[in-house]
Design a protein around this ligand. Structure first.
Ligand code: UD1
Length: 364
């Protein structure tokens, strides 16, 4: 029996590991699949609700690391994860995405000569001020199996000299989760609960440090949202980082009463909100992909994206961080000038199948 430990830590990890966990059940006579939750995200609405809604079992290991500076958080995860690896001696560690838990756990595993598989490899924003870009580059550099979601990832890994035999174009596990939950998403009562008309509201999420960690950038975004909340419903579920900065910078007074603020929203309800929105305004990575799959226009408030396929063939607009440009694009889309997107190659709900097959071949 081979043992595989998958690592989850922050909100965007849960829906990436869930389909892999369920796919491994098919291999249960040969592979024991365990889940380690680092506790990078710990609030009920940032973590537990995702386990419940995705049907994931309680994690086999919970490290309870919580928030902190990059060094404190990354180091805390490393020290705690090393103990798990010493005890379990797994045959492979799987990490996903680009959060601090991803690099922390891959580094520990690799130094113990335990092979590492990276799900969502090869994405590059070419912005080294983003902590995620550093996490992506370093994790890819030491991984033994690299599972790629879009063509650009293949090109980047090739340019960085990663041996092609380690790289697999498998598609997108985040889309696997979306596809397998579509009927639950359609049955969600969130639109009625928030009194939102189908295709008649805007949905906004903002949490990147580059957008919310200075009063100037955060208030510029709030002004943009306020503007569109006049005469239109704009729903703004607020990430804990954003909420805390609104308070710290004293920006509560700059939020128009028309803007609908909520706590972070669970997985199923949130995807129902994405699927039925007229337009999305975001700086998230995953939402650029989910909106492209669902064909909903998405205006991304960033200067770059590590997911260029969503702009090239999907429904994503890269608006930059100049709010007047974002304003112009939003007005155009609301005026009916919408680009028609298509679904990227291999975003077909079967990425986990391909990943587990590759892992099986690697281990046996
Ligand atoms: C992290 C990821 C980011 C991802 C995002 C999704 C890194 C470097 N960043 O950013 O890539 O897009 O998750 O949400 O890994 N907090 C809570 N409750 C929680 C979690 C966080 O209140 O459950 C607050 C804390 O004040 C914390 C702050 O949010 O200091 C930021 O959390 P942290 O995990 O450091 O980074 P995120 O901004 O969430």
């Amino acid at each position: 029996m081979q043992t595989v430990i998958s690592v989850v830590g922050a909100r965007p990890n849960f829906m990436k590991i869930a389909p892999i966990h369920f796919e491994f059940l098919k291999y249960k006579d040969k592979i024991r699949h365990l889940i380690c939750h680092t506790g990078q995200h710990y609030d009920e609405k940032m973590s537990k609700i995702f386990f419940d809604e995705l049907g994931l079992p309680t994690p086999d290991f919970y490290l309870g690391i919580g928030s902190g500076s990059h060094a404190v958080q990354t180091a805390g995860i490393m020290v705690a994860f090393e103990k798990i690896l010493l005890e379990q001696r797994p045959d492979l560690v799987i990490v996903a995405g680009d959060v601090n838990s991803t690099i922390a756990c891959s580094l520990v595993a690799k130094k113990m000569h335990i092979p590492v598989a990276h799900v969502e490899a090869g994405l590059r924003s070419f912005d080294r001020e983003m902590p995620e870009e550093i996490n992506r580059i370093l994790t890819d550099a030491i991984s033994d199996l690299l599972f790629v979601t879009e063509e650009s990832g293949l090109e980047h890994l090739k340019k960085e000299g990663i041996d092609a035999s380690k790289v697999f174009f498998t598609g997108n596990v985040m889309i696997d989760s979306l596809v397998s939950n579509l009927s639950l998403i359609d049955a969600s009562g969130i639109l009625q609960q928030l009194e939102l008309p189908k295709a008649g509201y805007l949905l906004a999420t903002i949490h990147r440090p580059s957008n919310v960690d200075t009063p100037e950038s955060l208030s510029g975004i709030l002004r943009l949202l306020n503007k569109y909340a006049q005469g239109r419903k704009v729903l703004f579920p607020v990430h804990p980082r954003t909420r805390s900065n609104i308070r710290t910078f004293g920006l509560e007074k700059d939020i128009s009463p028309e803007l609908i603020l909520t706590e972070p929203i669970g997985y199923i309800d949130f995807l129902c909100l994405v699927k039925n929105a007229r337009l999305i305004i975001t700086d998230s990575g995953g939402i650029q992909e989910e909106s492209t799959y669902l064909g909903i226009p998405c205006v991304t408030l960033r200067d770059n994206t590590e997911r260029p396929i969503t702009v090239k063939i999907g429904t994503n607009y890269l608006a930059g961080t100049d709010m007047s440009n974002a304003d112009r694009i939003i007005a155009e889309v609301l005026g009916g000038n919408v680009k028609k997107g298509s679904i990227p190659e291999l975003w077909d709900g079967k990425a986990a199948e391909r990943i587990c097959q590759a892992v099986y071949q690697f281990l046996m």
